[in-house]
Design a protein. Structure first.
Length: 203
């Protein structure tokens, strides 16, 4: 899946791991009308974990699903509230979940390093490894939550400027602009009211 872009430039391709995180975040209930939760049991979790490299043959337990749901919630808050106390608290929860997974690093001598999980939930470990790779590459900060309160859809900001606010400019951006215009028209500022007062000094 590609980013929807700003609506003014052609969309660019979303990196694979970032797309996997975006899909995971969008499995939560959000938007208006509200979308259903698509991460409820091992069967629904399996397709969401495939892009992270979670082998389909590995059986998922209810505990695996519970850990993935906890990660999803913490990641949503970390993405939605960066630089805030709540955002930092979300990273603290992510760190606690990461501490339960262990990896063995295998250096191949050709510039590659393979990571093999040796402890913890394979499902949570696959996501933790993806987050680490995205943070290291600088791509995690481009995962965003749509600024429109009736949407909150996760997306990957692939714009050059890196300041995309809406997952769809045509839908959410225009909707926000229309709402702001109506608010200004309904509650004009003091300056606007002064400018509208007729000048009677010459009468």
């Amino acid at each position: 899946m590609s980013s929807t872009g700003s609506g003014r430039t052609a969309p660019r391709q979303t990196p694979g791991l970032a797309e996997a995180v975006v899909e995971l975040l969008n499995s939560r209930p959000h938007a208006t009308p509200r979308t259903p939760d698509t991460l409820t049991d091992p069967a629904s979790a399996a397709p969401l974990l495939l892009p992270f490299g979670q082998a389909p043959s590995a059986p998922l337990s209810d505990d695996d699903v519970a850990q993935v749901r906890s990660l999803r919630q913490a990641l949503t808050e970390a993405v939605h509230l960066p630089g805030t106390e709540a955002g930092q608290a979300a990273w603290t929860r992510i760190n606690r979940l990461a501490a339960s997974t262990g990896f063995h690093h295998a250096f191949n001598g050709d510039g590659r390093v393979d990571q093999h999980q040796v402890s913890g939930s394979p499902a949570a470990g696959a996501i933790i490894r993806a987050i680490a790779d995205l943070v290291a590459s600088g791509q995690f900060s481009r995962i965003r939550i749509c600024a429109h309160p009736d949407c909150r859809h996760a997306f990957y900001d692939a714009t050059r400027s890196g300041n995309q606010r809406w997952h769809s400019y045509e839908v959410c951006g225009n909707r926000a602009n229309v709402a702001a215009h109506r608010t200004r028209a309904k509650h004009p500022t003091r300056t606007q009211q002064t400018n509208r007062t007729p000048d009677t000094s010459s009468r």
